[in-house]
Design a protein around this ligand. Structure first.
Ligand code: GLN
Length: 203
């Protein structure tokens, strides 16, 4: 079975480990470069991207992680994880670093001007069995994508979404998938993690 790590510096690490444990993989927390070297795929959890950026530097993980992703390591990022994967972060902290693994510009806390947190039902490209429940918590959205980025989901036209309707909230580029929402928080629907495991197995 493939070994899938969850970056365990901060954030909702446990929820991702629980989600992965339901699939046919070996799920492990990753806190150091030696652990990173052993995984076939990595999840960057939700949490606080500014803190994770700082801890990646403090733990000497930023460069090793950037290099492994550049070498083709499959990665799934949710929320703060999406921010960490982006080429450019708007409304980030000045010293915030991102991995440039997705050719996207993200805006941090983008929904905040309308609503801090909300749930919606989304159609996600490539997932069978219908739309999925998506939980947004101080979420980013994707302002723009490069030519090689596939848009997997946008915010539906629902009152809770306000003027965020139509914004891009899930993307894929090669073996890197990111969602602005938290698939790890929706028990009973592991389709995003399953899709990620499929990508890992393909590599
Ligand atoms: N607002 C957080 C950040 O900027 C992300 C929120 C989340 O991951 N739930 O990193």
């Amino acid at each position: 079975a493939p070994v899938i790590g969850v970056l365990a510096l901060q954030g909702d690490v446990r929820e991702h480990l629980v989600a992965l444990a339901e699939l046919d993989v070996l799920a492990r927390p990753v806190r150091r470069a030696s652990e990173l070297a052993e995984v076939d795929g990595l999840v960057l959890p939700g949490g606080e991207s500014t803190t994770m950026s700082r801890l990646l530097t403090v733990f000497d993980l930023f460069e090793p992680l950037r290099e492994r992703i550049a070498d083709g390591l499959p990665v799934l990022g949710s929320c703060a994880g999406m921010i960490l994967l982006a080429r450019e972060v708007l409304d980030g902290r000045e010293d915030q670093r991102s991995l440039d693994a997705l050719d996207i510009v993200v805006r941090r806390n983008a929904f905040g001007r309308q609503v801090d947190s909300f749930e919606a039902t989304l159609d996600v490209a490539g997932l069978s069995d219908g739309p999925m429940r998506a939980v947004f918590i101080r979420a980013p959205w994707v302002e723009s994508v490069g030519a090689d980025v596939e848009v997997l989901a946008t915010v539906p036209e629902v009152p809770e979404a306000g003027s965020a309707a139509g914004r891009i909230v899930a993307v894929r580029q090669g073996a890197v998938i990111a969602t602005a929402f938290h698939p790890e928080l929706v028990e009973g629907d592991r389709r995003v993690h399953e899709e990620f495991v499929r990508v890992v197995r393909e590599r």
